[in-house]
Design a protein around this ligand. Structure first.
Ligand SMILES: NC(=O)c1ccc[n+]([C@@H]2O[C@H](COP(=O)([O-])OP(=O)(O)OC[C@H]3O[C@@H](n4cnc5c(N)ncnc54)[C@H](OP(=O)(O)O)[C@@H]3O)[C@@H](O)[C@H]2O)c1
Length: 512
């Protein structure tokens, strides 16, 4: 039986006192690859929503650049279409007209310094003067990653990577490298041109309310932190399940697979935030120091005994649901060995987490879309109810839900009302009201303008997670050649072998 006792749904009004509203300094946002999908579907809608909420600085404008030839009017029309598709209910004509006058576009040739001189060296100062943006610039790399190095190099050579008396920042989209060697090369190129304090490596998962709330929840309440260790926690499960397949991204996904796409960044970031020690200060570098220490403490995967720590799978078609298998997707090799699902067992070798396994799973075409961190506490040490009540009593579980329906749920046991003595699981729920939340891209754009790097990944964070995963990916790719990749039906829980990974330890996954 299940009863939800809802402490939930604090209204926007009740939430107001916790809000900190800082309008960032005037600046411009230069988007490279602005003709692309990310700009149209995510970036411009996010900026428009910030504009509508009056969270953007007065002197703000966007300059989109890409190779496609078009004028600013055409660019505005494309962005307007993107916004209408993403948020049809939010398109206010007057607001859009006002906003779109701040959108500009110039064609650019990434390999030609003269083209930068025109599009950026000449056009930018003119727009800046008109908008009174104070010369502060944010360059956003929204091109395929293969072009990042060229853009960074040309920005550097053209003297655009720094400016006296105003700030220059660089936002880098994922994926950040393909493996340890390529991520190191990209970091070296970046840090040749920019200082680390100018660089914002995006992991948009970090901008979800629940993810940010992990630290507040742990360190602003005295209730949980004393329990947050191996004495009270049995194990932790981190899940990022998607119902969608690879959509039109076969070219990227065939090169990436689930470990590069989800684990190197999002899953390891969620893991490190859950497991970190209390930072001395709630500041970007102190928090990132602690996250790095967690990654340092992860035990290297036993490559000669992969079955102990990892299961990978690939979705097969479902005739019933009319869904294609991965190998039948357009652009995917018919014999592709790329995993679309992985489950990992991770050990953190430090005082706090000794003996507590962290189980991570992520996959495409699964039964339900959900991202959550589930903290499974140990059962009570003595079962005094065993004579009056038969059956097993479930241990407490704390669920930090990242998506959908961001919130926190604590599953406890309570007495069933009535004359019979029996226990039932009850869930204490807190849900974030949608209207007070910023979307992940709104949050990261605003933080970047404000110069807050807390939600962005530092060089050592990228390096450490690739150091852990690259040998594992390499070993799995070698093994895939010998055919060990478990198929799972689209719309299912994933491969049965992933369930066995936990069953061997006497545990089971939370149902999707
Ligand atoms: N789309 C998403 O939801 C999403 C989510 C997370 C991360 N990302 C990352 O964000 C970046 C941009 O994503 P996107 O989906 O917008 O990519 P995209 O649509 O494939 O590419 C963006 C633009 O880059 C230009 N471009 C394409 N190939 C190029 C090449 N070989 N050399 C130079 N320019 C090229 C194209 O513009 P021109 O031809 O006009 O130059 C294109 O419109 C990628 O790194 C992606 O991994 C995207």
């Amino acid at each position: 039986m299940d009863m939800n006792s809802r402490l939930e749904n604090i209204s926007a009004e009740q939430m107001a006192p916790v809000c900190r509203i800082v309008i960032p300094k005037s600046c411009c946002l230069v988007i490279f690859g602005a003709s692309g999908d990310l700009t149209r579907r995510k970036l411009i809608p996010a900026i428009y929503r910030l504009f509508r909420q009056r969270l953007l600085p007065r002197g703000f404008f966007v300059l989109g650049v890409a190779r496609s030839e078009m004028d600013s009017d055409r660019f505005r029309a494309l962005m307007s279409e993107g916004l209408r598709e993403a948020f049809p209910e939010e398109c206010d004509e007057t607001c859009w007209r006002d906003f779109s006058s701040r959108l500009h576009y110039r064609a650019i040739n990434y390999h030609d310094a003269a083209s930068y001189r025109t599009a950026l060296g000449e056009v930018l100062p003119t727009l800046e003067k008109a908008a009174d943006s104070g010369g502060n610039r944010i360059f956003y790399l929204a091109t395929p990653p293969g072009v990042y190095g060229d853009i960074i190099g040309t920005l550097h050579q053209s003297g655009l990577a720094s400016q006296a008396n105003s700030h220059v920042k660089l936002v880098v989209e994922k994926p950040f490298g393909h493996d340890l060697a390529s991520s190191r090369e990209l970091n070296a190129t970046l840090l040749d041109a920019f200082r680390e304090s100018q660089v914002y490596r995006i992991d948009h998962y970090l901008a979800k309310e629940t993810v940010q709330n992990i630290l507040m929840f742990r360190f602003a309440n005295s209730l949980f932190e004393p329990l947050w260790n191996r004495r009270y926690i049995d194990h932790v499960q981190i899940t990022a399940a998607e119902t969608i397949g690879i959509e039109r991204r076969a070219g990227y996904y065939e090169q990436a697979g689930v470990l590069r796409d989800m684990f190197q960044n999002h899953m390891f970031q969620l893991l490190s935030l859950t497991a970190l020690e209390p930072p001395s200060l709630f500041s970007a570098d102190r928090v990132r120091d602690e996250k790095a220490k967690v990654l340092h403490s992860i035990r290297p995967f036993p490559l000669e005994r992969l079955e102990e720590c990892v299961v990978t799978g690939q979705y097969a078609g479902s005739a019933a649901a009319g869904i294609k298998g991965y190998q039948d997707e357009s652009g995917v090799a018919v014999d592709s060995g790329v995993p679309t699902y992985a489950a990992l067992k991770v050990w953190i070798d430090n005082w706090r987490w000794n003996g507590v396994p962290f189980y991570l799973r992520s996959g495409k075409r699964l039964k339900r879309r959900t991202t959550e961190i589930a903290i499974h506490f140990r059962p009570v040490p003595h079962m005094m109810f065993s004579q009056t009540m038969g059956g097993r009593i479930e241990a407490n579980t704390l669920i930090l839900r990242v998506q959908p329906d961001e919130g926190i749920h604590l599953e406890i046991q309570a007495k069933n009302p009535g004359s019979r003595m029996c226990l039932m699981p009850v869930s204490l729920d807190f849900l974030y009201p949608r209207e007070v939340s910023l979307s992940a891209y709104e949050r990261v754009l605003l933080d970047c303008m404000e110069g807050d790097q807390m939600l962005f990944v530092r060089e050592d964070g990228v390096d450490l997670s690739w150091s852990l995963l690259t040998p594992l990916i390499q070993a799995l790719e070698d093994r895939a050649a010998s055919g060990v990749l478990f198929p799972y039906e689209a719309g299912s829980d994933g491969p049965a072998a992933a369930a066995a990974l936990l069953e061997r330890d006497g545990r089971c996954w939370r149902p999707l």
